[in-house]
Design a protein around this ligand. Structure first.
Ligand code: BTN
Length: 253
């Protein structure tokens, strides 16, 4: 299949019933030379991967499990910019298909009413000075019912069905998502990170607000100032210094 219409993303779409992880499959395909814009979609994942080595619940047929192969001309430290790009595309696709506006929680969770509705896991293959390829992994809880979520989730989760009260067509969602990704990626290539960062800030739940960031056992407080070129969170400390945080858990206070 392909999305057609001159789109880069989705010019080749590989759909499968069941797989371990679409990210792992996409990584292997990319290593074998698959072209930029190749998309993998699965009905179900047996070993869906989340961030920080966690698993991603991937029951059959109800959600979207998607991985996209990109080959950007970027130094490896700027590759996190693509996570912000995919967060914006997912946020837009949610808005278009449900009419509801999600919030983005730094760096890459999508929330509705404070609950996680989608997650992003980007994996990169890089040489020292340039990116070889990036896999954008996107999982969106579309039609999962409350009883399908495991009780032990660290972050409370939700689905578009639970938030909007109406089922969302997986095909329609995928079409909108790939279109938005395509549009954002084209603009990113032409204009750089600036417009992506601006758009991301519109959806960010913490922008300009007072936040607490927990980094391991330490915690910092201050206004959320934005994100740097490598995706680091910028936070103003009480002594006026701006701290760069590369990973941590943000709570709006
Ligand atoms: C997170 O922890 O928030 C990231 C979740 C990413 C899940 C998606 S589903 C499609 C792709 N394949 C995977 O194994 N993981 C990503």
């Amino acid at each position: 299949t392909s999305l057609g219409n001159g789109c880069l993303i989705g010019r080749r779409i590989v759909c499968c019933g069941e797989t371990g992880s679409t990210n792992t499959d996409a990584f292997l395909l990319a290593e074998q030379g698959a072209e930029e814009g190749t998309v993998l979609l699965a009905e179900r994942q047996l070993a869906g991967k989340g961030r920080l080595g966690r698993r991603w619940e991937s029951p059959t047929g109800v959600n979207l499990y998607c991985s996209v192969i990109l080959r950007p001309e970027l130094p490896p430290y700027e590759a996190p910019q693509l996570t912000f790009l995919s967060a914006v595309a997912v946020a837009r696709a949610i808005q278009i298909t449900t009419g509801l506006q999600p919030a983005i929680k730094w760096p890459n969770d999508l929330l509705m009413n404070g609950r996680k509705v989608a997650g992003l896991l980007n994996e990169m293959n890089a040489e020292t000075d340039r990116v070889g390829f990036v896999i954008l992994g996107i999982g969106v809880n579309l039609n999962m019912r409350a009883d399908q979520f495991p009780a032990d989730l660290r972050t409370p989760a939700t689905s578009l069905l639970l938030e909007s009260g109406a089922p969302v067509s997986r095909q329609l969602f995928a079409v909108h998502l790939l279109r938005e990704l395509d549009r954002e990626y084209l603009r990113f290539q032409q204009e750089g990170f600036g417009p992506v960062r601006e758009e991301w800030a519109r959806y960010c739940n913490a922008f300009g607000r007072e936040v607490q960031v927990d980094v391991g056992p330490n915690s910092l407080q201050g206004p959320f100032m934005g994100v740097d070129h490598d995706g680091a969170l910028l936070m103003k400390l009480s002594d006026g210094r701006v701290e760069r945080i590369l990973s941590g858990d943000v709570t709006v206070i």
